[in-house]
Design a protein around this ligand. Structure first.
Ligand SMILES: Cc1cc2nc3c(=O)[nH]c(=O)nc-3n(C[C@H](O)[C@H](O)[C@H](O)COP(=O)(O)OP(=O)(O)OC[C@H]3O[C@@H](n4cnc5c(N)ncnc54)[C@H](O)[C@@H]3O)c2cc1C
Length: 476
């Protein structure tokens, strides 16, 4: 078996892995090797090109409160990083509701009876006794009332996670919907607000001219220019460890050959659970139970090239209708005109959230495309005759699941993985955290700084996602 050795080995070329590599090479550590199974960089934030059109893995908006990451994004792409005015809506009962919910729009479209019921249940929730919510449902009901929970949160959330809103922890709502106050929504709808914006009310975001992946290709270029190396289309298969130290990693190249990689330090953005499977050793009972208690939601994207323009004005639409399995549709023309290379066509992606052992995930690409085409017709968004071509992208380990009761298992695994002396877990699946791109990048930058011993280190990477401003407030 071919043997490679390097000072730092980064597993996965997503936002987290690329950020580690960038920070290392920019601080004089050039002997960096990045190992990635796909032919393009960017991970879940990559962009794929099909028939001259560009598609992300589901829509990716760039938004961060972390000034360092914002500066880095701007520096990497300059004028290719463009502001986009956000338009996103919810499709529910054959109507399009603005998202984030606008009070006036929702009240008009729900009709007088449902609107009155929604307002009464909202008032009851806000004025009634409050307790520390444990479930996603409790969190939303306390903040929005039962009626709005059922209308705007239940179906979509259950499509995304595949479990009831009662089984999902309040953490997810608190993390994702933090700062949203319906009073503020009402105020902003009637222009009564003080001008401040809650987190989910952001009405503009940034986007690279050629898709999310352009950002990550720009980072990869910088890493390579500074001497870093990439082993693309190379899949990590096993970790060999002794006394909580990684001895080597064995990976399979595109040619089917195996390479053994040794390094002074490994930065791992591959799924936390995968690490333990790839150890190929019998785990102690409690750890084994904890690892198998953590699971991810998987994801299918159907990329569709449509021979028509101006299908709908939104960047994406949340599909709440239980009549179709799809959960979200993105229209990349409304992100950047370059996504179709300036041609009079539309690049859209249709997303299905799924478990990999479900029938839907196992279906052939042709059957999935047929289903997506039928569903688009049912929703009245695209006539099948306009679908020029479509492709299916299946991704696993996309959404770490914060179900009720996962925390003790998570703590056990975190404690164990922290014992490895030359291994740092980074990123979304790597840390089992519901990260956005900026959080994953921050984990990469700080992991590199911990390794270098930069001023202010060591940073606690596990805290990043809890408060995105962590890095700002803490250090530089
Ligand atoms: C549908 C969807 C929509 C999203 N929308 C947004 C958004 O709008 N805004 C936002 O900021 N974030 C969004 N995100 C989150 C964003 O995609 C992630 O936060 C980000 O990509 C995580 O980066 P990462 O480097 O931690 O992990 P990843 O992007 O998952 O990168 C991990 C890398 O490891 C590689 N890898 C895995 N296993 C192996 C192996 N065995 N061998 C070699 N390589 C391997 C993968 O191919 C991948 O390249 C979205 C995510 C999804 C799924």
């Amino acid at each position: 078996m071919k043997e490679i050795s390097c000072q730092c080995c980064v597993l996965g070329a997503g936002p987290a892995g690329l950020s580690v590599a960038l920070e290392l090479v920019q601080n004089g550590i050039e002997d960096v090797l990045v190992v990635e199974r796909h032919p393009v960089v960017g991970g879940l934030s990559r962009t794929v090109e099909k028939d001259g059109a560009l598609f992300d893995i589901g829509p990716h908006r760039f938004f961060t409160r972390n000034m360092e990451i914002r500066r880095l994004w701007n520096d990497l792409l300059g004028s290719d990083f463009m502001p986009v005015d956000r338009l996103t809506r919810i499709y529910y009962k054959n109507k399009f509701f603005q998202y984030p919910i606008k009070a006036l729009d929702a009240l008009v479209k729900l009709g007088p009876i449902t609107s009155m019921a929604a307002l009464i249940s909202y008032a009851a929730a806000r004025l009634g006794p409050r307790s520390e919510p444990e479930t996603f449902e409790q969190w939303i009901v306390q903040n929005f009332g039962t009626r709005l929970f059922e209308t705007f949160f239940k179906t979509y959330t259950e499509k995304v996670w595949g479990i009831s809103c009662n089984q999902i922890g309040a953490e997810w709502a608190a993390q994702r919907i933090k700062g949203l106050d319906f009073v503020q929504v009402i105020k902003s709808a009637f222009n009564l607000g003080d001008g401040s914006r809650a987190k989910t009310l952001v009405e503009q975001f940034d986007y690279p001219r050629k898709g999310a992946g352009q950002m990550y290709q720009a980072i990869a270029d910088r890493v390579e220019e500074a001497g870093g190396r990439f082993l693309m289309q190379t899949e990590v298969e096993t970790f060999s460890v002794r006394n909580y130290k990684i001895q080597s990693v064995v990976a399979r190249t595109a040619e089917g050959e195996h390479v053994s990689i040794s390094a002074d330090h490994f930065f791992n953005s591959l799924p936390l659970t995968f690490f333990y499977k790839a150890l190929n050793v019998e785990l102690e009972d409690q750890l084994k139970k904890s690892v198998s208690a953590l699971y991810f939601r998987d994801h299918i994207t159907v990329d569709m090239l449509v021979d028509k323009q101006d299908l709908f004005p939104d960047q994406w639409i949340y599909i709440h209708s239980p009549k179709v399995k799809m959960a979200r549709i993105a229209n990349y023309n409304n992100f950047s005109p370059d996504m179709t290379g300036g041609r009079p066509k539309t690049a859209i992606s249709i997303e299905y959230f799924v478990f990999k052992d479900e029938e839907l995930f196992q279906m052939s690409s042709n059957d999935i495309i047929e289903m997506a085409t039928e569903e688009m017709k049912y929703l009245g968004l695209v006539e099948p005759s306009f679908v020029e071509r479509a492709w299916v992208v299946k991704e696993t380990e996309c959404y770490p699941t914060y179900y009720i009761g996962f925390q003790p298992f998570y703590q056990t695994v975190r404690l164990d993985i922290n014992r490895y002396t030359n291994l740092t877990q980074i990123g979304r699946a790597g840390m089992y955290k519901y990260n956005n791109q900026d959080h994953s990048m921050a984990s990469g930058l700080l992991a590199a700084r911990n390794y270098i011993g930069a001023p202010g280190s060591p940073y606690d990477l596990w805290e990043i996602n809890v408060d995105a401003e962590y890095h700002e407030g803490e250090k530089r």
